[in-house]
Design a protein around this ligand. Structure first.
Ligand code: GLA
Length: 386
């Protein structure tokens, strides 16, 4: 993946460069819990964003993406890093620079950056991948003394403050902290986390991309965030809690009467139950009980579909087809929803046959094709030492 971008960088700038990689992520379970103080259980994927970069002598940055060739080289003055529609993907880069500067890490000169990504479709966090790529790059090019967790937090702040999406910390955390062949169980309330080995013996993790565009995903996402905040506000009048993630299922069932609005009640129910499912999924995995893990994945999807209402026809079709295939023990939508990807646990020996048959039936029902990727879990964002 570096070949093309190295060539472009060398031809355009005739100077040396540093190389960086930042992965995408898939969430195994724990969806829409991270802004509710709950647990999440994601892992990195070996697909991601590749970048080569070096300092320049101007007061500007010049950025080029092989994925957005139509934008050409985008040049931005470091004096004006405000959001500009026409800067497209470079807005994420600018957002990260602003967050560094806010923390006192000033850029004394500009840089040149060329990137290429191979994260398929929506829902596998290509934007967080770019944020962490930029963070790791800035740290290296400018010798900033900043630790990983701070880079994770500032990348999340780009979404919250610059892009206007109230997203939680899951994506940036796993992309910044991920480790080969491991998932991370993260408590988003305390940021305590545990690396969990994900060598599943006879099984593999399979991503199914519905190729359904995620229209209005950001506004719907913020709507869910606000609904959960409203439900929490009602509960707080009667309970000493900081977030929905503080509630056990029993406590929720006892106190849910205080949430009058039925829609808000369903949203809160998802947040509470999904958090508990995520904690249980780790126990199942540690006990080697993949069947239980799979059941929790199906329950997660049902809850995202019915109570949280962030699934869609295409995701439901794909999960349904997976659930009817021999050799699939669990399947669900992954990420924010409203399109994007599914994640399934699938018998290794049958994976080709499963992909073939789900591909065919999905095409027949939906009218266009999905695509499929067996997950390999690689490292978190890093500089590749040449
Ligand atoms: C998006 C957000 C995450 C998380 C998921 C849903 O990926 O960026 O913070 O909320 O949706 O679980």
């Amino acid at each position: 993946m570096f070949k093309n971008i190295e060539k472009i960088f060398k031809e355009t700038y005739q100077k040396d460069y540093k190389k960086f990689f930042s992965p995408g992520r898939v969430n195994l379970i724990g969806e829409h819990t991270d802004y509710n103080g709950g647990h999440v259980f994601p892992c990195t994927i070996s697909l991601g964003t590749y970048g080569v970069a070096n300092l320049n002598e101007g007061n500007y940055i010049r950025c080029y993406s092989m994925n957005f060739k139509e934008f050409g080289f985008i040049q931005v003055d470091l004096e004006d890093l405000s959001f500009q529609e026409s800067h497209n993907w470079v807005n994420f880069v600018k957002g990260v620079i602003l967050q560094f500067e806010k923390r006192g890490y000033k850029l004394h000169t500009g840089f040149d950056l060329v990137i290429e990504g191979n994260i398929p479709g929506g829902g596998l966090s290509s934007s967080s991948s770019l944020e962490l790529l930029t963070s790791v790059m800035l740290k290296s090019l400018y010798n900033f003394d900043i630790d990983r967790l701070e880079m994770v937090k500032l990348s999340q702040a780009v979404e919250n403050e610059y892009m206007g999406v109230n997203s939680g910390i899951m994506d940036q955390f796993i992309i910044g902290m991920g480790k080969e062949d491991h998932g991370i169980l993260l408590d988003t309330n305390t940021l305590k986390y545990e690396y969990v080995p994900l060598i599943l013996k006879d099984y593999v993790i399979l991503i199914g991309n519905t190729n359904k565009k995620r229209t209005l995903a950001d506004s719907k996402y913020n709507e869910r965030y606000n609904e959960c905040q409203s439900a929490l506000k009602e509960l707080k009048k009667h309970l000493d809690i900081k977030s929905l993630g503080d509630l056990s299922i029993e406590a929720f069932e006892t106190h849910k009467v205080y949430i009058e609005n039925e829609i808000l009640k369903k949203r809160a129910k998802h947040a509470v139950y999904e958090n508990q499912r995520t904690i249980q999924s780790l126990v199942a995995l540690k006990n080697g009980d993949l069947t239980k893990f799979g059941e929790l994945m199906y329950a997660s999807h049902a809850s995202l579909k019915e109570d949280y209402e962030v699934s869609c026809f295409e995701l439901d079709v794909m999960v349904d087809l997976m659930s009817k295939s021999q050799g699939v023990i669990g399947s669900r939508m992954t990420g924010a929803g409203f399109g994007g990807c599914t994640v399934s646990i699938v018998e290794k020996n049958r994976v080709d046959e499963i992909i073939r048959s789900v591909y065919k039936d999905y095409l027949k029902i939906v009218g266009y094709s999905g695509d499929f990727h067996v997950v390999e879990i690689g490292p978190g964002a890093l500089e590749i030492v040449k």
